[in-house]
Design a binder for this molecule. Structure first.
Ligand SMILES: Nc1ncnc2c1ncn2[C@@H]1O[C@H](COP(=O)(O)OP(=O)(O)OP(=O)(O)O)[C@@H](O)[C@H]1O
Ligand SMILES: [Mg+2]
Length: 244
C-alpha cells in the first residue's frame, strides 16, 4: 500500500526550477532513499511534501495519517533556550495533531526518549550541551510524539561522525519495525542509503536519473551520474586506507 505517491512534481523558486518533474512513492513499511549531490533538489522535495514549499505542478497523494519531518540541521531545529524536557513537554502539550493522552507527561517524555535510545540524563540539558548524534535523536523523538506513520529524515547523519552514523541509521531501521514507520531518507552520501534503504532514487539537477531496489541501483546503475557517485565511494575508502 502506498502511503505517499508523487507524480511529476515540479517546484520552482521564482524562475529557478529546483525540481523538474519527479515521480516516486513510499509503501507501507518501506525505507526509501533519495540521494544526490548538494543542490540537486532533495530538501525541496521533502519541504514540499510537508507543505513548507509549494509545488508548481504535479500531484502529491497522501494516504498516510501523519507525516513528520526531521530537518537537515537537527541541532539548529531545536530551540537553544529550551532544555530537552521543555522541548518535549511543549510538543506533547501543544503540538498540533499530537494525541493528548492520560499518560503522565514525564512518563511520556521518558518513553519517547527511550525509543531513540536516550535516558532521562539528557532531560535538563540544552542542545548545545549535547552531541550532534544526541540532538538528532531528540529531533526524532520529537517527531515520534506525533505518532507518525511516515517519517521524512533529511540528511539524518550527514553532520555526524561515521561511528555515530551507523547507530542513528540502525535506530531508524529499528523504529521502522517497532513503531510501524515508513521512512523517506534523504542523503548526499550513497554509502548512507546503500545498506538501509529498500529502494533508492538518485537525483541530479532536479530530476531522478536512476531508481530501483538499492542492490540493483548499486550493482547495475543505469546512468553515468550514478556510476560516478558509486565510483566516488571507494575513493573515500582508499584515501582512508592510505592514511592508516
Ligand atoms: N528558498 C529558496 N529560494 C531560492 N532557491 C532555493 C531555495 N531553497 C533552495 N534553493 C535552491 O534550489 C536548489 C535545490 O536546493 P535543495 O535545498 O533542495 O538541495 P539539496 O539537494 O537538499 O542540497 P543539500 O544536499 O545541500 O542539502 C539549490 O540550487 C538551492 O540553491
Ligand atoms: Mg538538503
Amino acid at each position: 500500500m502506498s502511503l505517499l505517491t508523487v507524480t511529476d512534481l515540479h517546484v520552482n523558486y521564482g524562475k529557478f526550477k529546483a525540481v523538474k518533474g519527479v515521480s516516486f512513492n513510499l509503501n507501507k513499511g518501506e525505507i526509501v532513499g533519495i540521494v544526490g549531490q548538494s543542490g540537486s533538489g532533495k530538501s525541496t522535495i521533502a519541504k514540499t511534501l510537508v507543505g513548507i514549499e509549494k509545488k508548481s505542478a504535479g500531484e502529491i497523494t497522501v494516504s498516510a495519517k501523519s507525516i513528520q519531518m526531521v530537518f537537515q540541521d537537527a541541532v539548529g531545529s531545536l530551540n537553544p533556550r529550551m532544555t530537552i524536557r521543555a522541548t518535549l513537554n511543549e510538543v506533547i502539550r501543544h503540538g498540533k495533531g499530537v494525541e493528548r493522552s492520560s499518560e503522565p507527561i514525564e512518563e511520556r517524555i521518558t518513553r519517547l526518549l527511550s525509543y531513540v535510545g536516550l535516558s532521562d540524563a539528557v532531560l535538563n540539558q540544552y542542545p548545545r550541551e549535547m552531541s550532534g548524534g544526541q540532538c538528532q535523536r531528540v529531533s526524532i523523538a520529537r517527531a515520534l510524539a506525533f505518532n507518525p506513520d511516515v517519517l521524512i529524515a533529511d540528511e539524518p547523519v550527514s553532520a555526524l561522525d561515521v561511528s555515530v552514523q551507523a547507530k542513528v541509521l540502525n535506530l531508524l531501521r529499528e523504529l521502522r519495525d517497532s513503531q510501524n514507520l515508513s521512512i523517506l531518507i534523504i542523503a548526499h552520501d550513497l554509502a548512507v542509503v546503500k545498506n538501509i534503504c529498500d529502494r533508492v532514487y538518485v537525483m541530479h539537477k532536479g530530476l531522478f536519473v536512476d531508481e530501483g531496489k538499492s542492490e540493483e541501483v548499486f550493482t547495475k546503475p543505469k546512468s553515468e551520474y550514478t556510476k560516478a557517485l558509486i565510483a566516488a565511494v571507494p575513493d573515500v575508502e582508499r584515501s582512508l586506507n592510505a592514511r592508516k
